[in-house]
Design a protein around this ligand. Structure first.
Ligand code: PMP
Length: 396
């Protein structure tokens, strides 16, 4: 008997139901587009990246990061409250507030820390948080950390949300929280209805624009802006790790909200500030996101082209206008098999399994990038069609 037996047993159990996870190492990224990678010595077309605008390997971001290091050093040396807040932070927060049309912004180390820190600062015992069932895990963890009552409403179901708001009318504070673009489905939250409900029931509304930033809105501001609702939302959160091709996150809103969070968000207070290289690359990415609208346009076009290609080949994929295109396959084993066979044919497309998605909805989550070519996407769709034929798996 070893004291680690229980871990071994649990790992064996996870393996037996195709839910064990392992980390694959990427040997190299080939080229500036970021669309091709080398894994285990093999070149693969990357259809699983959140690098939607293809900025992660853009020479301008890389050069900015180098300049950031040269000017400010490799590390921030301490938390932002202990002199780790190098000049790039303040400039970025000003730019963000302006871009978003809000009074103030606050940069966090990453999206996970932003969500856990903000939610646990806003609510506590005696409060209620109303959260979409498909919200990101960092939102769920923020709610658990806050000790507020966790009221999960069915995905985008406003009737269910209203029912829960009525039932918890006596809660001290009420917070509604939702992704604007759902990370595993690529669909959108009904923001206008959420604003209406938050008004009617006196709740605060927080949205996570992680997958909308750089992708939606005239200058990539996100869904709130696109719908003209950014001032109606109390806390807008977003990340720099996806379309921005960098790392980090932010929240923006009224000065009172941001000031409060600065003093209360523990994930901000008790963690080291971001390295200057990261801040510098975010600055470069923000300029590109604001100025190169054609990347967004191309991304949108490629997304609808790839959806069309899959449909033409008889696959069932939902309509949408985000780069996230899920092919729901059901059982984890099936999704893993598709993923393996795609890789054999030169395509990296990762299987997403429970608990990341609900049981029975394991999928391949395809993501397109502005730097893909239509030829590459057409080729990938052909491979998928051949795999289905090989598996003789009917009905999808
Ligand atoms: N929110 C959403 C909707 C996300 O998809 C993610 C990342 N997968 C996060 C938050 C966490 O962001 P980060 O990766 O910067 O920690």
């Amino acid at each position: 008997m070893s004291r680690y037996d229980w871990m071994e047993e649990e790992w064996e159990r996870l393996k037996s139901v195709s839910l064990a996870r392992s980390i694959r190492s990427v040997d190299a990224v080939i080229g500036e587009e970021g669309t091709w990678i080398r894994v285990s010595g093999k070149s693969l077309l990357n259809l699983s990246s959140n690098n939607y605008l293809g900025l992660a390997h853009d020479p301008r971001l890389k050069a900015a990061a180098v300049r950031g290091i040269e000017e400010w050093g490799a590390g921030a040396t301490a938390s932002r409250f202990v002199l780790g807040s190098h000049g790039l932070y303040e400039q970025l927060e000003q730019r963000l507030a302006e871009w978003k049309g809000r009074e103030a912004a606050l940069v966090f180390a990453n999206g996970y820390q932003a969500n856990t820190g903000v939610i646990s600062a806003l609510v506590g015992r005696g409060d209620a948080v109303f959260s979409d069932r498909l919200n990101h895990a960092s939102i769920v963890d923020g709610i658990v950390l806050s000790r507020a009552e966790h009221c999960r409403y069915r995905h985008n179901d406003m009737e269910h949300l209203e029912y829960l708001l009525k039932r918890h009318q006596g809660a001290r504070r009420k917070l509604i929280v939702t992704d604007t673009v759902f990370s595993m489905d690529g669909d959108l939250a009904p923001l206008a209805d959420l604003v209406e409900l938050k008004r009617r029931y006196g709740a605060l509304l927080m949205v996570d624009e992680a997958h909308a930033g750089g992708v939606l809105g005239r200058s990539g501001e996100g869904l709130c802006h696109e719908l003209g609702l950014s001032r109606e939302v109390d806390i807008i959160m977003g990340t720099f790790s996806k379309a921005f091709g960098s790392y980090g996150a932010y929240v923006c809103g009224a000065t009172s909200v941001v000031r409060y969070l600065t003093s209360k968000a523990r994930s901000l207070i008790y963690s080291t500030a971001l390295p200057p290289s990261v801040l510098a690359s975010i600055h470069a990415a923000l300029t590109i996101v604001q100025e190169e609208g054609e990347r967004r346009k191309r991304l949108r076009e490629l997304g609808s082209r790839f959806r069309g290609m899959l449909r033409e080949r008889g696959f069932s994929v939902a309509e949408g206008r985000t780069p996230i295109i899920p092919l729901v396959l059901g059982e984890s084993g099936v999704a893993l098999q598709y993923s393996r066979m795609l890789e054999e044919r030169g395509i990296a497309a990762v299987a997403i399994r429970p608990p990341t998605v609900p049981a029975g909805t394991a999928r391949i989550r395809f993501t397109v990038m502005a730097t893909h070519t239509t030829t590459e996407l057409e080729w990938a769709a052909d491979q998928l069609q051949q795999i289905r034929a090989e598996l003789q798996w009917e009905g999808r």
